[in-house]
Structure formats: C-alpha cells, structure tokens
Design a protein around this ligand. Structure first.
Ligand SMILES: NC(=O)c1ccc[n+]([C@@H]2O[C@H](COP(=O)([O-])OP(=O)(O)OC[C@H]3O[C@@H](n4cnc5c(N)ncnc54)[C@H](O)[C@@H]3O)[C@@H](O)[C@H]2O)c1
Length: 328
C-alpha cells in the first residue's frame, strides 16, 4: 500500500536504521511495519502479545529477512530491554483501545496502557534509542467543549482509557525534560482503514458498518447519529508517525500533536457515504448513547502541519472507499 508514497525526508535512507514497533500485529502498527519494510528499513522488530492483533496482519512479511515478530507483553520490561538492543527508533502503538472496554475493565487498561507504556519508554531510554513516537488519543480532550481541539486545552477526562493516555503524555513530558529523551506523542482522532477489526465487543464504528453492509446485518447507531468525528484514514496516521520519527524541526520532541484531517462528519453522514459506495445497506437502528462518548470532535492540526510538515492527503470519502474495498 505504501510503495507509491514517501513520507521520510529525501536524505534519510531507511536501510541505515533499525525499528521496534509495539502493537505491530494490530491495525495501525501493521501499517507502520508495512511502510518501513516497503521503504527498505534495515530491520523491523514487531512486538505484540496478540490479545487483539493477528499474525495474519503481517503474513505478507513472514518471509522478509528484515522483519521479525516477537510475541511478548510490553509490560515485560526485561524483555523490552533485551529487544531494544541496537534499535534506533521506537514506535509505541501497543495498548488496549476502546473507551467502553476501559469502563468495563479499568485495571486491564491501566496495566497495558500505563505500565506497558512506562516499560517501553524506560527500556528505550536505557538503550539510548534516537527517538520514540507513541500513540495518544483525542480522548484526552474529555469534556472540553471548544472546537476545534487545540493541544494546549484539555478538559475533565471521561474514561479510564483517557486517563491512561493522559498519563502516557505526562510520563513522556517528564522523560523528555529529565533525561533529555526524544519523545513525540500523536493524539489520534478516529483512525480507520484496512485491517481494522470488525469483530469483537469493542470494534470501531467504520469496520462494524462495513461488515454489516457486506453481510446484510443490521446497523446500530448510538443516539441520533448526529455526533461528529474527525475520521482519519490510516495512511494519514502513518504519514504523521514517519514524519514525527524523522522531523528535525526544533520543538517537536517533548510535545504532542493532533493527528486528524481537520474536517468532521456526522456518524449518519459517514454511514450514508458507505451505503453509497456499497450500493447497499439497511436503514440504521438507533439505540442509546454510549457512556464516556463525547458529542463532537474536530482537530486543529496546524501544529502538526507546521512542525511535522504533516498534510493529510486522503479525505473521508476516498478513505471509506479504500477501506470498503479492502474488506472481503
Ligand atoms: N484506532 C484509533 O482510532 C485510535 C484512536 C486513538 C488512539 N489509538 C491508539 O493507537 C494505538 C494503536 O491502535 P489500533 O487501532 O491499531 O489498535 P489495535 O488493537 O489494532 O492494536 C493494538 C495492538 O497492541 C497489542 N497489545 C495490546 N496490549 C498489549 C500488550 N500488553 N503487550 C503487547 N501488545 C499488546 C494488541 O494485540 C494489538 O495488536 C493504540 O495505542 C490506541 O490506543 C487508536
């Protein structure tokens, strides 16, 4: 998927660098692995405990000598330290996603997302890697009502998941200032695309809708469907990650960036676009709003544009089309 796009600078040759990607068998992690291997990275070490991820997400790289997948828990700090030897760049994507899951099982979310984060961060520090980029989330904006969301203004958090991501940002900030470590956080806004899981109790809305349309299953919309989201195709998130890893701009390290498109759509409009692409799809059934969900979401992406050179080129409809076509 990434042969025809290049997000790293001209002067950077990926065959000089070794990467460690946590959550590599998951949705976003597998896309990062794909980009790095397609662009000739010397080595990519994927780490995943397969609690959500699937080895099949990486099956097209199983014969690639530059790639290895290590089945491990990021909370195992000794193993993280050992895997970190010789690594230049770290991308930390492993976490238990989903706001509702974190409301059901807050300690599991804390273990994977907070203890796991600190374990990887500390191992990366000890190994003196060049830079670590990590996944934060728009959930840190909590009940802050202003749109668009700007990085400096967050609200009261609405879920244990949001707490876990906020704690990541606090640790990253302290590690940057205390140890002079190069750490960059990306606050993702509703990322979607090929390989995002449509099944399981905590599936995200776009793969759920596509699966329902393809299999003529009923579609449930929480509330009136007029809640808005800044839906972001995964290729834009990959672009942000690669640019954050290699940006030489002052002021990039030790901060967080909104990663989105900077446009919002209602859930109902998004569903109708999918129906149009599919030429099918039942009328949606409305049900109660979900606990911990925010009403509206829209990112100000100007900081990422200015400091990372980020430019989200794939807009909602093209992203939906590419995602729909990838589901078989
Ligand atoms: N997809 C989104 O819209 C979105 C939005 C905001 C933030 N994020 C964040 O982006 C990151 C990637 O999300 P994703 O959508 O690809 O989710 P995903 O569930 O597909 O990927 C996460 C991967 O991490 C692995 N993992 C979980 N706990 C682990 C542990 N303790 N040790 C090792 N591996 C573990 C899972 O098996 C999975 O493969 C996560 O940190 C998530 O919180 C995602």
């Amino acid at each position: 998927m990434y042969e025809h796009v290049r997000f790293h600078p001209e002067e950077i040759d990926l065959s000089n660098y070794r990467f460690l990607i946590t959550g590599a068998a998951g949705f976003i992690g597998s896309h990062l692995v794909e980009y790095l291997l397609n662009h000739g990275a010397a080595q990519v070490v994927g780490v995943d405990n397969l609690c959500e991820g699937r080895e099949s997400n990486l099956s097209h790289f199983s014969g690639n000598p530059a790639f290895k997948l290590v089945i491990a828990d990021v909370c195992d700090e000794e193993q993280m330290k050992s895997l970190m030897q010789g690594i230049d760049f770290v991308s930390h994507q492993a976490a238990l996603g989903s706001v509702p899951r974190s409301i059901q099982t807050p300690t599991a979310t804390n273990k994977a997302n907070v203890s796991g984060f600190l374990s990887v961060l500390n191992a990366a520090r000890e190994a003196q890697v060049r830079r670590m980029v990590y996944a934060s989330s728009s959930s840190v904006y909590g009940d802050q009502p202003t749109l668009p969301k700007v990085e400096e203004i967050t609200g009261r958090l609405l879920s244990p998941y949001a707490v876990s991501k906020m704690v990541n940002e606090l640790y990253a900030d302290v590690f940057h200032r205390t140890y002079n470590m190069e750490v960059v956080g990306l606050r993702y806004f509703n990322i979607f695309g090929p390989r995002q899981k449509p099944d399981g109790p905590y599936a995200a809305v776009i793969p759920l809708f596509i699966d329902a349309i393809r299999n003529q299953k009923p579609v449930y919309i929480n509330g009136d469907g007029l809640q808005t989201r800044d839906f972001t195709f995964v290729e834009n998130a990959v672009q942000a990650n690669i640019k954050a890893l290699f940006s030489s701009e002052n002021g990039v390290c030790g901060r967080v960036f909104n990663i989105a498109v900077g446009e919002r759509a209602t859930v109902l409009d998004m569903y109708n676009s999918l129906r149009e692409i599919a030429g099918a799809g039942l009328d949606p059934i409305h049900r109660d709003n979900r606990e911990g969900d925010i009403r509206d979401s829209l990112a100000d992406i100007s900081a990422a544009q200015k400091l990372l050179g980020y430019n989200p080129t794939v807009k909602l409809n093209e992203g939906l089309r590419r995602t729909f076509e990838s589901f078989v």
